[in-house]
Design a binder for this molecule. Structure first.
Ligand code: NDP
Length: 250
């Protein structure tokens, strides 16, 4: 039986984050979900111990949300940095603002959240940080250069922090999903259909064919990997990038 803890999942109101939040709640953890969209959080609030509106790209907003979460459910022992954004466009069409948006959410978002929990985890001699990166942290893809660059950076942060914290009782890992069946991919398929006139089936095949198993990953499959990484028994697993991608990267 694992020690029950307080888990925070950023972007926990949808897709992968919601599946992770549900898995951690099922394991007996108090779970706080965070995201920008209050309605989305409210829609599944009953399943979790708490919700907090939070823009991870804004340090103050993150500080406020963690203060409220800790007051309600106690110190955070498990942090899942899942909030992320992607814009698909050739390099020349990405503006400085696009780059800054990716950086502020996909990298600084995790930095801000980690800063809110790290001292306490170190003091208590235990903690789990899981960053939801992507196979895009391990290999490139066309037309998502800002996403690929920032997910590589998130993996760099994961590894550096894991090394720095080895011996503190806190582990830091990255989970790297392949194309997963969430709004992020549904939106991308919709945009492809609109822009290229392809059928939805043909547009979807562009994603499923990247996976040697020929399918999208289910959010629950990502959640199972996170569930394992936060167990007491996963103490020796740190600084890892665990691909959940049907063999797309080996
Ligand atoms: P969703 O679009 O469903 O989830 C993204 C979540 O991030 C939303 O809940 C959103 O909530 C939250 N979010 C985005 N920006 C911010 C912000 N500034 N502050 C707080 N929350 C924010 O897609 P997924 O579930 O697919 O994505 C989850 C993670 O998984 C992302 O990091 C993504 O890069 C990664 N991933 C996804 C893959 C896929 O194929 N789907 C593959 C590999 C990795 P809100 O809008 O309420 O703020």
């Amino acid at each position: 039986m694992d020690t029950p803890s307080h888990a925070v999942v950023t972007g926990g109101g949808s897709g992968i984050g919601q599946a992770v939040a549900r898995a951690l709640a099922a394991d007996g953890h108090a779970v706080t979900i965070m995201g920008r969209n209050a309605e989305r959080l409210a829609a599944c609030a009953a399943e979790f111990s708490g919700t907090a509106v939070c823009d991870v790209s804004d340090e103050e907003s993150v500080a406020r949300a963690f203060r409220a979460a800790k007051e309600a459910c106690g110190p955070v022992g498990i942090l899942i940095n899942n909030a992320g954004v992607v814009r698909t466009a050739p390099f020349q069409r990405l503006s400085a603002q696009d780059w800054e948006g990716h950086w502020r959410t996909n990298v600084l978002g995790s930095v801000h959240a980690i800063a809110q929990v790290l001292e306490e985890m170190k003091r208590r001699g235990t903690g789990r940080i899981v960053n939801i990166a992507s196979t895009a942290a391990l290999r490139p893809y066309r037309y998502v250069s800002a996403y690929v660059a920032t997910k590589h950076a998130l993996l760099g942060l994961t590894r550096a922090l894991a090394l720095e914290l080895a011996g503190s009782g806190v582990t830091v890992n990255a989970v790297c999903p392949g194309y997963t069946d969430t709004d992020m991919i549904r939106d991308a398929v919709g945009r492809l259909v609109e822009k290229t006139g392809r059928t939805p089936e043909a547009a979807l095949a562009g994603f499923t064919s990247a996976n040697p198993q020929g399918r999208l990953i289910a959010p629950d499959e990502i959640a199972e990997t996170v569930r394992w990484l936060v167990r007491d028994s996963a103490q020796s697993i740190t600084g890892q990038a665990i691909a959940v991608a049907g063999g797309e990267v080996m």
